[in-house]
Design a protein around this ligand. Structure first.
Ligand code: ARG
Length: 460
């Protein structure tokens, strides 16, 4: 059978493989809400402009409400022979209300329709992600406030570098999530222009009101160029680029959780709710959720790569290639949503092993910089020379097999006789972190102030 929507001069239906490659209903059925909302706005505008009668519009609105109800109730039969969500909805509308259904497609095309539907879907997804990221930031800041004075090693090159606090470390991710949210907000702001009414590609001769449909669908304004309206998928690329950065951030925290949970570290513990066992090794507590969050970035970057590759070199305007935008986008953003939810759950669940962290913070001569700084401050020695003195003290401590603060004053003075007992006041890890009060520094009072500032910002 030829297609009822566009098959006017087609004698036969498509080859089976043609249908297989052409159909999108299997995935674009997820656009049903947006598709029906777009059609309702379009129909209301057509009536307001005198393009369809009040009676026909009323029938269309009622019919569309019924289609929506059927889809939500699960009683709607999606037909592959009708290709996509747009034609499935319209065909069912025709079954329900008859002839007036044929007036809905006046002054529009599936090209502006799909661009509108997908923009609305991506916009909804962005709003959902933003709410989730806000929740994650809150979980991190709350944990950070509680752990503001919990000393842990700060790492560079994954070598113990200087003592920091667990709270300070978690607050680093609050900053990252904060930036992620501004990137999504920026993408949302730019995408919020309505393509509906661009029709196939050149606009229409009907006296439509694009400002009215744009406003009805919550867009800031209609898009200004009809060709761009149907050809543009920047909103997909931009959102997935922002999503990729977020997924990368999540993967870094996930990796740290995996490291912190492993028994040589044992910095944190995840409860049974976020751990899994091994079917052969009874002692195992695996951080599967963290590992999966770490891996999800593959799907998100994969989606970004897919859409950018599809669009590269694509001539204006709409090309069927663009149908390939939906599956990767939907998979990427749905995966990211799950990853954020799992991460927020883990952050709330994890508990710090403060003793283990503190002990590790003191290993690796992590207060050597404090010793050098003390020489600058108390002995007025230039930093470069102080660095050498501290390095020799580390050498001595390493020879003796003791931490820096376990060297005797005499031993320290054997390196430089100007050193006094006052130096011991900076060699402990607690003193080290407390002293780092520079703006953005690791001192617990700074961490508390930052955590409170963020919690206040995240409260509304
Ligand atoms: N299913 C199509 C898509 O997702 C809808 C637009 C089709 N337009 C057309 N002229 N064939 O892109």
């Amino acid at each position: 059978m030829s297609n009822a929507m566009w098959g006017g001069r087609y004698a036969s239906g498509p080859a089976a493989v043609m249908e297989d490659i052409n159909v999108s209903i299997d995935f674009d059925k997820r656009l049903y809400r947006q598709d029906i909302a777009g059609s309702k706005a379009h129909a209301a505008m057509l009536r307001a402009q005198g393009i369809v009668s009040a009676a026909d519009e009323a029938a269309i609105q009622k019919g569309l409400d019924q289609v929506l109800a059927e889809i939500e109730a699960g009683s709607f039969t999606f037909k592959r022979s009708l290709e996509d969500i747009h034609m499935n909805v319209e065909a069912r509308l025709a079954e329900i209300i008859g002839a007036p259904a044929g007036r809905l497609h006046t002054a529009r095309s599936r090209n502006d329709q799909v661009a509108t539907d997908f923009k609305l879907w991506v916009r909804d997804a962005v709003d959902g992600l933003d709410a989730q990221l806000k929740d994650l930031a809150r979980a991190l800041a709350e944990k950070a406030l509680a752990e503001a004075a919990t000393v842990m090693p700060g790492f560079t090159h994954l070598q113990v570098a200087q003592p920091t606090t667990f709270g300070h470390h978690l607050m680093a991710y609050v900053e990252m999530v904060g930036r992620d949210r501004t990137r999504l907000a920026d993408a949302r702001r730019r995408l919020n222009e309505c393509p509906l009414g661009a029709a196939a590609l050149c606009g229409t001769s009907f006296p439509i009101d694009r400002h009215a449909t744009a406003a009805a669908l919550g867009f800031d304004r209609p898009t200004a160029n009809s060709l761009d309206s149907v050809a543009d998928r920047d909103f997909v690329m931009e959102t997935l680029a922002a999503a990729t950065i977020t997924a990368v951030h999540l993967s870094r925290l996930a990796e740290e959780i995996v490291i912190w949970c492993s028994s040589p570290f044992s910095f944190i513990r995840l409860s049974d709710a976020f751990s899994t066992g091994s079917s052969i090794m009874p002692q195992k507590r695996n951080p599967d959720a963290a590992e999966l969050v770490r891996a999800k970035v593959g799907r998100v970057l994969g989606g970004f790569t897919a859409i950018v590759t599809v669009l590269k070199g694509l001539p204006l305007t709409y090309q069927k290639d663009m149908q390939e935008d939906k599956e990767p986008t939907m998979d990427a953003l749905t995966s990211l949503s799950l990853a954020i939810a799992a991460m927020a759950g883990m952050v709330r669940d994890m508990s710090a092993n403060a003793g283990v962290m503190k002990k590790a913070a003191g290993q690796g001569y992590s207060t050597a910089t404090d010793l050098a700084d003390w020489c600058v401050r108390s002995l007025d020695i230039p930093f470069r020379d102080s660095h050498h003195i501290a390095a020799r003290c580390v050498g001595l401590a390493s020879e003796r097999g003791v931490p820096l603060h376990k060297l005797s004053l005499a031993e320290l003075q054997s390196v430089d006789k100007r050193i006094t007992a006052d130096v011991f006041s900076v060699l402990s890890v607690a003193r080290s972190v407390a002293s780092r009060v520079s703006y953005g520094g690791t001192a617990p009072k700074n961490v508390r102030a930052q955590a409170r500032r963020w919690l206040k910002k995240l409260a509304d």
